[in-house]
Design a binder for this molecule. Structure first.
Ligand SMILES: NC(=O)c1ccc[n+]([C@@H]2O[C@H](COP(=O)([O-])OP(=O)(O)OC[C@H]3O[C@@H](n4cnc5c(N)ncnc54)[C@H](O)[C@@H]3O)[C@@H](O)[C@H]2O)c1
Length: 338
Protein backbone atom coordinates (compact mmCIF):
# COMPACT_ATOMS: atom_id res chain seq x y z
CA UNK A 1 0.00 0.00 0.00
CA UNK A 2 1.26 3.46 -0.81
CA UNK A 3 0.92 6.85 0.81
CA UNK A 4 -1.32 9.28 -1.09
CA UNK A 5 -1.63 13.03 -0.69
CA UNK A 6 -4.65 14.89 -2.03
CA UNK A 7 -4.97 18.66 -1.77
CA UNK A 8 -8.29 20.36 -1.07
CA UNK A 9 -7.70 23.54 -3.06
CA UNK A 10 -9.18 26.52 -1.23
CA UNK A 11 -6.62 29.24 -1.83
CA UNK A 12 -4.92 30.23 1.43
CA UNK A 13 -7.05 27.67 3.28
CA UNK A 14 -5.94 24.72 1.10
CA UNK A 15 -5.03 21.58 3.03
CA UNK A 16 -3.87 18.02 2.45
CA UNK A 17 -5.73 14.75 2.90
CA UNK A 18 -3.12 12.06 3.57
CA UNK A 19 -4.09 8.42 3.00
CA UNK A 20 -1.92 5.44 3.94
CA UNK A 21 -0.85 3.06 6.67
CA UNK A 22 0.56 4.65 9.80
CA UNK A 23 -0.02 8.23 8.61
CA UNK A 24 -1.60 9.32 11.91
CA UNK A 25 1.98 9.41 13.23
CA UNK A 26 2.49 12.53 11.08
CA UNK A 27 -0.24 14.54 12.84
CA UNK A 28 2.10 16.98 14.58
CA UNK A 29 3.46 18.18 11.21
CA UNK A 30 0.14 19.85 10.54
CA UNK A 31 -0.17 21.82 13.76
CA UNK A 32 0.01 25.58 13.26
CA UNK A 33 3.43 27.03 14.15
CA UNK A 34 1.71 29.03 16.91
CA UNK A 35 0.33 25.92 18.68
CA UNK A 36 1.73 25.26 22.16
CA UNK A 37 -0.83 22.67 23.22
CA UNK A 38 -3.49 20.42 21.76
CA UNK A 39 -6.80 18.92 22.80
CA UNK A 40 -7.58 15.50 21.35
CA UNK A 41 -11.33 14.97 20.98
CA UNK A 42 -12.23 11.31 20.61
CA UNK A 43 -14.47 8.49 21.87
CA UNK A 44 -13.91 5.50 24.13
CA UNK A 45 -12.34 2.52 22.37
CA UNK A 46 -10.97 4.33 19.31
CA UNK A 47 -7.39 4.02 18.09
CA UNK A 48 -4.97 6.16 20.10
CA UNK A 49 -2.61 8.62 18.43
CA UNK A 50 0.85 9.59 19.57
CA UNK A 51 1.64 13.29 19.82
CA UNK A 52 5.17 12.59 21.04
CA UNK A 53 5.99 15.03 23.81
CA UNK A 54 3.55 17.71 22.57
CA UNK A 55 1.56 19.01 25.56
CA UNK A 56 -2.03 17.84 25.29
CA UNK A 57 -5.11 16.53 27.00
CA UNK A 58 -7.79 14.14 25.76
CA UNK A 59 -11.54 14.77 25.95
CA UNK A 60 -13.93 11.90 25.17
CA UNK A 61 -17.45 12.39 23.86
CA UNK A 62 -20.26 9.82 23.90
CA UNK A 63 -20.85 7.38 21.04
CA UNK A 64 -23.92 7.65 18.85
CA UNK A 65 -25.95 10.46 17.26
CA UNK A 66 -27.74 11.18 20.55
CA UNK A 67 -24.48 12.72 21.76
CA UNK A 68 -24.13 14.94 18.70
CA UNK A 69 -25.63 17.87 20.58
CA UNK A 70 -25.06 21.43 21.71
CA UNK A 71 -24.59 20.05 25.22
CA UNK A 72 -21.56 18.11 23.96
CA UNK A 73 -20.21 21.31 22.37
CA UNK A 74 -20.59 23.11 25.70
CA UNK A 75 -18.87 20.23 27.54
CA UNK A 76 -15.98 20.35 25.07
CA UNK A 77 -15.61 24.12 25.29
CA UNK A 78 -15.57 23.92 29.07
CA UNK A 79 -12.87 21.27 28.76
CA UNK A 80 -10.90 23.56 26.43
CA UNK A 81 -11.20 26.37 28.99
CA UNK A 82 -10.09 24.18 31.90
CA UNK A 83 -7.05 23.03 29.91
CA UNK A 84 -6.25 26.60 28.85
CA UNK A 85 -6.53 26.05 25.10
CA UNK A 86 -5.99 29.34 23.27
CA UNK A 87 -6.88 30.44 19.77
CA UNK A 88 -3.26 29.79 18.72
CA UNK A 89 -3.47 26.13 19.73
CA UNK A 90 -5.03 23.17 18.00
CA UNK A 91 -7.90 20.70 18.34
CA UNK A 92 -7.26 17.17 17.05
CA UNK A 93 -10.37 15.14 16.19
CA UNK A 94 -9.73 11.39 16.30
CA UNK A 95 -12.76 9.39 15.22
CA UNK A 96 -15.52 8.82 12.71
CA UNK A 97 -17.75 11.45 11.13
CA UNK A 98 -19.51 12.16 14.38
CA UNK A 99 -16.29 13.13 16.13
CA UNK A 100 -14.99 15.19 13.20
CA UNK A 101 -18.36 17.01 12.88
CA UNK A 102 -18.54 17.75 16.62
CA UNK A 103 -14.88 18.57 17.24
CA UNK A 104 -14.80 20.66 14.06
CA UNK A 105 -17.81 22.66 15.23
CA UNK A 106 -16.34 23.16 18.72
CA UNK A 107 -13.08 24.34 17.09
CA UNK A 108 -14.97 26.73 14.81
CA UNK A 109 -16.64 28.34 17.81
CA UNK A 110 -13.77 28.23 20.30
CA UNK A 111 -12.40 31.78 20.49
CA UNK A 112 -14.26 32.36 17.18
CA UNK A 113 -12.09 29.86 15.35
CA UNK A 114 -9.24 27.57 16.43
CA UNK A 115 -7.28 25.24 14.15
CA UNK A 116 -8.44 21.63 13.86
CA UNK A 117 -6.73 18.58 12.38
CA UNK A 118 -8.88 15.52 11.64
CA UNK A 119 -7.64 11.97 12.11
CA UNK A 120 -10.47 10.06 10.44
CA UNK A 121 -10.83 6.54 11.87
CA UNK A 122 -13.93 5.25 10.06
CA UNK A 123 -14.13 4.49 6.35
CA UNK A 124 -17.01 6.94 5.98
CA UNK A 125 -15.07 9.76 7.63
CA UNK A 126 -12.04 9.04 5.42
CA UNK A 127 -13.93 9.25 2.15
CA UNK A 128 -16.50 11.86 3.08
CA UNK A 129 -17.26 13.37 6.48
CA UNK A 130 -13.80 14.60 7.53
CA UNK A 131 -13.17 16.34 4.19
CA UNK A 132 -14.80 19.60 3.27
CA UNK A 133 -15.30 21.57 6.46
CA UNK A 134 -19.00 20.95 7.11
CA UNK A 135 -19.32 20.68 10.88
CA UNK A 136 -22.30 20.64 13.18
CA UNK A 137 -24.63 18.99 15.65
CA UNK A 138 -28.24 17.82 15.82
CA UNK A 139 -31.20 19.37 17.62
CA UNK A 140 -34.48 17.54 18.31
CA UNK A 141 -35.97 19.26 15.23
CA UNK A 142 -33.43 17.73 12.86
CA UNK A 143 -29.97 16.40 12.05
CA UNK A 144 -27.00 18.72 11.53
CA UNK A 145 -29.18 21.84 11.76
CA UNK A 146 -26.67 23.84 13.81
CA UNK A 147 -23.15 24.12 12.48
CA UNK A 148 -20.49 26.01 10.61
CA UNK A 149 -18.18 25.68 7.66
CA UNK A 150 -14.77 25.28 9.26
CA UNK A 151 -12.00 23.74 7.20
CA UNK A 152 -9.38 21.58 8.95
CA UNK A 153 -5.63 22.16 8.53
CA UNK A 154 -5.21 18.53 7.42
CA UNK A 155 -7.09 15.23 7.27
CA UNK A 156 -5.19 12.03 8.06
CA UNK A 157 -6.67 8.72 6.93
CA UNK A 158 -4.64 6.02 8.62
CA UNK A 159 -5.71 2.73 7.04
CA UNK A 160 -4.32 0.78 10.01
CA UNK A 161 -7.21 2.22 12.02
CA UNK A 162 -9.75 0.33 9.90
CA UNK A 163 -8.70 -2.98 11.45
CA UNK A 164 -10.85 -2.33 14.52
CA UNK A 165 -13.85 -0.85 12.67
CA UNK A 166 -17.03 -2.92 13.24
CA UNK A 167 -18.39 -4.72 10.14
CA UNK A 168 -21.58 -2.59 9.97
CA UNK A 169 -19.51 0.57 9.97
CA UNK A 170 -17.32 -0.84 7.19
CA UNK A 171 -20.46 -1.55 5.13
CA UNK A 172 -21.61 2.04 5.75
CA UNK A 173 -18.34 3.33 4.32
CA UNK A 174 -18.62 0.99 1.35
CA UNK A 175 -22.10 2.35 0.57
CA UNK A 176 -20.66 5.85 0.30
CA UNK A 177 -17.71 4.59 -1.75
CA UNK A 178 -20.19 2.92 -4.15
CA UNK A 179 -21.69 6.40 -4.61
CA UNK A 180 -18.34 7.78 -5.79
CA UNK A 181 -18.26 5.26 -8.66
CA UNK A 182 -21.02 7.27 -10.27
CA UNK A 183 -20.19 10.84 -9.20
CA UNK A 184 -17.13 11.35 -11.32
CA UNK A 185 -17.13 8.40 -13.68
CA UNK A 186 -13.83 7.21 -12.14
CA UNK A 187 -13.31 3.50 -12.66
CA UNK A 188 -12.33 2.14 -9.24
CA UNK A 189 -13.03 -1.56 -9.74
CA UNK A 190 -9.45 -2.81 -9.87
CA UNK A 191 -8.10 -0.58 -7.14
CA UNK A 192 -6.61 -1.58 -3.80
CA UNK A 193 -8.24 -0.06 -0.70
CA UNK A 194 -5.66 2.72 -0.32
CA UNK A 195 -6.13 3.82 -3.91
CA UNK A 196 -9.90 3.64 -3.62
CA UNK A 197 -9.95 5.77 -0.46
CA UNK A 198 -7.55 8.26 -2.05
CA UNK A 199 -9.66 8.40 -5.22
CA UNK A 200 -12.81 9.10 -3.20
CA UNK A 201 -10.93 11.76 -1.23
CA UNK A 202 -9.77 13.29 -4.52
CA UNK A 203 -13.34 13.38 -5.87
CA UNK A 204 -14.68 14.92 -2.68
CA UNK A 205 -11.79 17.40 -2.57
CA UNK A 206 -12.54 18.44 -6.15
CA UNK A 207 -16.21 19.00 -5.38
CA UNK A 208 -15.43 20.98 -2.21
CA UNK A 209 -12.89 23.14 -4.07
CA UNK A 210 -15.48 23.91 -6.74
CA UNK A 211 -18.40 24.49 -4.37
CA UNK A 212 -17.30 24.97 -0.76
CA UNK A 213 -20.69 26.05 0.53
CA UNK A 214 -22.96 23.69 -1.38
CA UNK A 215 -24.41 26.11 -3.91
CA UNK A 216 -24.23 23.57 -6.74
CA UNK A 217 -21.95 20.60 -7.42
CA UNK A 218 -21.63 19.63 -3.75
CA UNK A 219 -25.29 18.60 -3.80
CA UNK A 220 -24.27 15.67 -6.06
CA UNK A 221 -22.76 14.07 -2.95
CA UNK A 222 -26.37 13.39 -2.00
CA UNK A 223 -26.63 10.76 -4.77
CA UNK A 224 -28.67 7.86 -3.38
CA UNK A 225 -29.60 9.85 -0.28
CA UNK A 226 -33.23 10.83 -1.01
CA UNK A 227 -34.56 7.28 -0.70
CA UNK A 228 -31.82 6.39 1.81
CA UNK A 229 -33.08 8.94 4.35
CA UNK A 230 -36.63 7.64 3.91
CA UNK A 231 -35.52 4.01 4.37
CA UNK A 232 -33.65 4.98 7.53
CA UNK A 233 -36.63 6.91 8.93
CA UNK A 234 -39.44 4.53 7.98
CA UNK A 235 -37.35 1.48 8.89
CA UNK A 236 -36.61 3.08 12.29
CA UNK A 237 -32.88 2.89 11.62
CA UNK A 238 -32.87 -0.91 11.19
CA UNK A 239 -30.88 -0.19 8.01
CA UNK A 240 -27.64 1.73 8.63
CA UNK A 241 -27.01 4.96 6.70
CA UNK A 242 -24.39 3.75 4.20
CA UNK A 243 -26.33 0.55 3.50
CA UNK A 244 -29.42 2.67 2.81
CA UNK A 245 -27.36 4.88 0.47
CA UNK A 246 -26.38 1.78 -1.54
CA UNK A 247 -30.10 0.90 -1.87
CA UNK A 248 -30.83 4.51 -2.80
CA UNK A 249 -28.29 4.31 -5.65
CA UNK A 250 -30.01 1.32 -7.21
CA UNK A 251 -33.42 2.96 -6.83
CA UNK A 252 -32.18 6.24 -8.31
CA UNK A 253 -30.81 4.33 -11.31
CA UNK A 254 -34.17 2.65 -11.86
CA UNK A 255 -35.94 6.00 -11.60
CA UNK A 256 -33.48 7.60 -14.04
CA UNK A 257 -34.16 4.72 -16.44
CA UNK A 258 -37.93 5.22 -16.18
CA UNK A 259 -37.43 8.91 -16.96
CA UNK A 260 -35.42 8.00 -20.07
CA UNK A 261 -32.19 9.44 -18.70
CA UNK A 262 -30.08 6.24 -18.75
CA UNK A 263 -30.30 2.85 -20.44
CA UNK A 264 -30.81 -0.59 -18.88
CA UNK A 265 -27.06 -1.35 -18.97
CA UNK A 266 -26.38 1.62 -16.73
CA UNK A 267 -28.99 0.37 -14.22
CA UNK A 268 -27.28 -3.02 -14.32
CA UNK A 269 -23.95 -1.29 -13.64
CA UNK A 270 -25.39 0.26 -10.47
CA UNK A 271 -26.62 -3.16 -9.35
CA UNK A 272 -23.21 -4.74 -10.01
CA UNK A 273 -21.26 -2.08 -8.13
CA UNK A 274 -23.58 -2.23 -5.12
CA UNK A 275 -24.20 -5.98 -5.05
CA UNK A 276 -21.13 -7.62 -6.53
CA UNK A 277 -18.30 -5.17 -5.95
CA UNK A 278 -19.27 -4.13 -2.43
CA UNK A 279 -21.53 -7.02 -1.37
CA UNK A 280 -24.30 -4.65 -0.25
CA UNK A 281 -28.06 -5.20 -0.48
CA UNK A 282 -29.95 -3.56 -3.36
CA UNK A 283 -33.16 -3.13 -1.38
CA UNK A 284 -34.47 -3.48 2.18
CA UNK A 285 -35.02 -7.07 3.34
CA UNK A 286 -38.04 -6.05 5.44
CA UNK A 287 -41.17 -4.74 3.66
CA UNK A 288 -41.49 -0.95 3.99
CA UNK A 289 -44.68 1.01 3.46
CA UNK A 290 -44.61 2.85 0.12
CA UNK A 291 -46.87 5.69 1.33
CA UNK A 292 -44.65 6.27 4.37
CA UNK A 293 -41.54 6.31 2.17
CA UNK A 294 -43.19 8.75 -0.24
CA UNK A 295 -44.33 11.05 2.59
CA UNK A 296 -40.82 11.07 4.10
CA UNK A 297 -39.19 11.84 0.75
CA UNK A 298 -41.60 14.73 0.25
CA UNK A 299 -40.33 16.21 3.53
CA UNK A 300 -36.67 15.80 2.51
CA UNK A 301 -34.88 19.13 3.00
CA UNK A 302 -33.74 19.13 -0.65
CA UNK A 303 -37.37 18.94 -1.84
CA UNK A 304 -37.98 22.58 -2.76
CA UNK A 305 -40.41 21.81 -5.60
CA UNK A 306 -42.00 18.35 -5.82
CA UNK A 307 -39.72 15.37 -5.31
CA UNK A 308 -36.04 16.03 -5.82
CA UNK A 309 -33.46 13.40 -6.68
CA UNK A 310 -29.88 13.37 -7.84
CA UNK A 311 -30.13 11.32 -11.02
CA UNK A 312 -27.73 9.89 -13.54
CA UNK A 313 -27.76 10.81 -17.23
CA UNK A 314 -25.48 10.59 -20.26
CA UNK A 315 -24.07 13.95 -19.05
CA UNK A 316 -23.36 12.56 -15.58
CA UNK A 317 -25.22 13.22 -12.32
CA UNK A 318 -27.64 16.12 -12.04
CA UNK A 319 -30.02 17.44 -9.37
CA UNK A 320 -33.52 16.90 -10.77
CA UNK A 321 -36.32 18.75 -8.94
CA UNK A 322 -40.07 18.49 -9.44
CA UNK A 323 -40.35 14.80 -10.29
CA UNK A 324 -43.96 13.63 -10.57
CA UNK A 325 -44.79 11.71 -7.32
CA UNK A 326 -46.84 9.12 -9.28
CA UNK A 327 -43.77 8.12 -11.29
CA UNK A 328 -41.62 7.87 -8.17
CA UNK A 329 -44.17 5.72 -6.35
CA UNK A 330 -44.67 3.44 -9.34
CA UNK A 331 -40.90 2.85 -9.66
CA UNK A 332 -40.74 2.37 -5.90
CA UNK A 333 -43.46 -0.32 -5.92
CA UNK A 334 -41.66 -2.13 -8.74
CA UNK A 335 -38.25 -1.81 -7.04
CA UNK A 336 -39.47 -3.11 -3.67
CA UNK A 337 -41.20 -6.05 -5.34
CA UNK A 338 -38.26 -6.96 -7.58
N1 LIG B 1 -19.48 16.74 7.56
C1 LIG B 1 -19.82 16.01 6.51
O1 LIG B 1 -19.59 16.41 5.35
C2 LIG B 1 -20.45 14.69 6.73
C3 LIG B 1 -20.64 13.81 5.66
C4 LIG B 1 -21.19 12.56 5.92
C5 LIG B 1 -21.54 12.20 7.21
N2 LIG B 1 -21.35 13.10 8.23
C6 LIG B 1 -21.68 12.73 9.61
O2 LIG B 1 -20.82 11.66 9.98
C7 LIG B 1 -21.48 10.87 10.98
C8 LIG B 1 -21.35 9.44 10.59
O3 LIG B 1 -19.98 9.12 10.56
P1 LIG B 1 -19.49 7.63 10.84
O4 LIG B 1 -20.22 6.71 9.94
O5 LIG B 1 -18.01 7.65 10.83
O6 LIG B 1 -20.10 7.36 12.28
P2 LIG B 1 -19.51 7.53 13.77
O7 LIG B 1 -18.53 8.61 13.84
O8 LIG B 1 -20.69 7.59 14.66
O9 LIG B 1 -18.75 6.15 13.96
C9 LIG B 1 -19.50 4.94 13.99
C10 LIG B 1 -19.04 4.07 15.14
O10 LIG B 1 -17.77 3.50 14.81
C11 LIG B 1 -16.85 3.75 15.87
N3 LIG B 1 -15.54 3.83 15.24
C12 LIG B 1 -15.05 4.78 14.42
N4 LIG B 1 -13.82 4.48 14.03
C13 LIG B 1 -13.50 3.30 14.62
C14 LIG B 1 -12.35 2.46 14.60
N5 LIG B 1 -11.30 2.74 13.83
N6 LIG B 1 -12.37 1.36 15.37
C15 LIG B 1 -13.47 1.02 16.12
N7 LIG B 1 -14.57 1.76 16.16
C16 LIG B 1 -14.59 2.88 15.41
C17 LIG B 1 -17.35 5.02 16.52
O11 LIG B 1 -16.90 5.14 17.84
C18 LIG B 1 -18.85 4.83 16.44
O12 LIG B 1 -19.31 4.04 17.50
C19 LIG B 1 -22.91 11.35 11.06
O13 LIG B 1 -23.05 12.13 12.23
C20 LIG B 1 -23.07 12.21 9.82
O14 LIG B 1 -24.00 13.26 10.00
C21 LIG B 1 -20.80 14.31 8.01
Amino acid sequence: MSRHEVIVELGERSYPVIVGRGVSGEVGRFFPASARRAVIVTQEGLPAIDLGGFPHTTLRIGRGEEHKTLTTIEDLCRGFATFGLTRNDVVVAVGGGMVTDVAGFAASAWHRGTAVVHVATSLLAMVDAAIGGKTGVNIPEGKNLVGAFWQPDAVLCDLDHLASLPATETRCGLGEIAKYHFISGHEMLDMELDERVATCARIKAGIVSADEREGGARALLNYGHTLAHAIETVGRHSVAHGEAVAMGLVFAARLAHRLGRIDANRVQRHREVVGQVYGLAEKPSEPLDVDALMATMARDKKATSGLTFVLDSSRGLEVVPGIEPDIVSSVLVEYLAS
